[in-house]
Write a protein that binds this ligand. Sequence first.
Ligand SMILES: [Zn+2]
Length: 158
Amino acid sequence: MEPIGKLALPLQSRNEAVLPFKKRPRSSEQVSELMLGTVGCFPHADLSEITASEWMTIWVSLAEKYGFARLKAAVNRLKFKLDFFPKPAEIQREIDVLIFEERDAAKANATKFVSCGKCSADGFICVNGNGDLWDGSSNEERFARECKCKADWRAERQ
Ligand SMILES: [Zn+2]
């Protein structure tokens, strides 16, 4: 078993021999860089050359399936969570978590209040004591009132 440290350069230079995806050289190059960077974070990683090239194939297929940015984000998170070089199953789980979080954020975004433009960002307008729009130029007393758009937005979510 060769430690992966020795593998670092050969992996890079033998990309094409190791990786069966000449069609997407750019993505495999990125993945290769990511893997080498990750090896650097786990100096005690003891991957055999065979394991490394098999995992490389898996990493590339993860990048193709979920996007390189997600693979990279998942691997980078694992660098802070794991003591050992992440196994493919661990990366897959982290990608699942990422996707779950993305969906959550998208959902939160979709239900976020957006001002109608006449009120403040949080849905308030200024009115006078009669409930009419406050005239900024006068000295009349000013009250904050919820805008109709905010009330409508709240009603929609109940
Ligand atoms: Zn409004």
